[in-house]
Ligand binder design. Sequence first.
Ligand code: AMP
Ligand code: MN
Ligand code: MN
Ligand code: MN
Length: 286
Amino acid sequence: MVLSSHQYAPIDLHCHSNLSDGVLSPAALVSRAAANGTQLLSLTDHDCIDGLDEARHKAEVLNLFFLNGIEISVSWRNNVTIHIVGLDIDPSYTPLIQGIIATRSGRLERLERMHHELSKAGIHGVYEGALSHANNPLLVGRAHVARYLVQIGLFKNMHAVFNYYLVPGKPGYVPYRWATLTQAISWIRGAGGIAVLAHPGRYRLTPALMKSLLEDFSAAGGIALEAGSASHSLDEMMHYVNYAKSFGFEVSAGSDFHSPSEDAVEVGFSPLLPSSCTCVAQRWLP
Ligand code: AMP
Ligand code: MN
Ligand code: MN
Ligand code: MN
């Protein structure tokens, strides 16, 4: 069968609460996923594990299979920002806790610099504006800035913002030194978790650079590629499914849900992977 668009499975190994840049509380997010019929859910906030207790508690009440997760921000080869999802982590592992505190510690200062850069481009009030959208100021980021730019009427939606601002080469982009790939994967592995390369299609790497990234990811102990992502077309999903096969990685999938009004894919769902894949979700499904 040839598919022209994604079909979806009731599994979600990547989503965000308002402890990072999502808009729903962990409990509301889990309730929504359960109402959507999810079988397996992981909350993966950016550089933050503070929502996991609330999410797990709600999942237990609703009898939903829940995994502790995280999405760690990484600077690969110094200047390429990538994201590593960690699944089934032990959130009490001290090096992970200390590592993510250090990784996120410059976010407020980064926001000040974004404020300064955007004011040079004629956009004012970014510092306060972004913080007004951030439930957790420690995790303030580009999504909160983007919501402010939508709020003041500059753009129709968040995705449009990232076509013109906040990305490398555009106004408002501020380079930042996140964790290294080796650090992020060692924290995840040390916490007993599975390291997943999040949305590889988002990085727009040349084939040669993607190959180097996958080699580094494998050498550091990475396990799976997130081929099933709302960021990927069907072609891109198949492209990364094939990469996973040739590199010996498992395959993961998630919604990367942030908000009921911003995302095409609902929390609790992810693009259906081909049945020939070795899916990371099989580790936890009955
Ligand atoms: P930060 O961690 O502050 O660099 O922000 C990264 C976040 O910005 C991502 O997790 C997304 O929530 C959001 N983001 C980045 N690029 C895009 C995009 N093209 N469209 C929508 N949201 C994006
Ligand atoms: Mn995000
Ligand atoms: Mn991401
Ligand atoms: Mn994400």
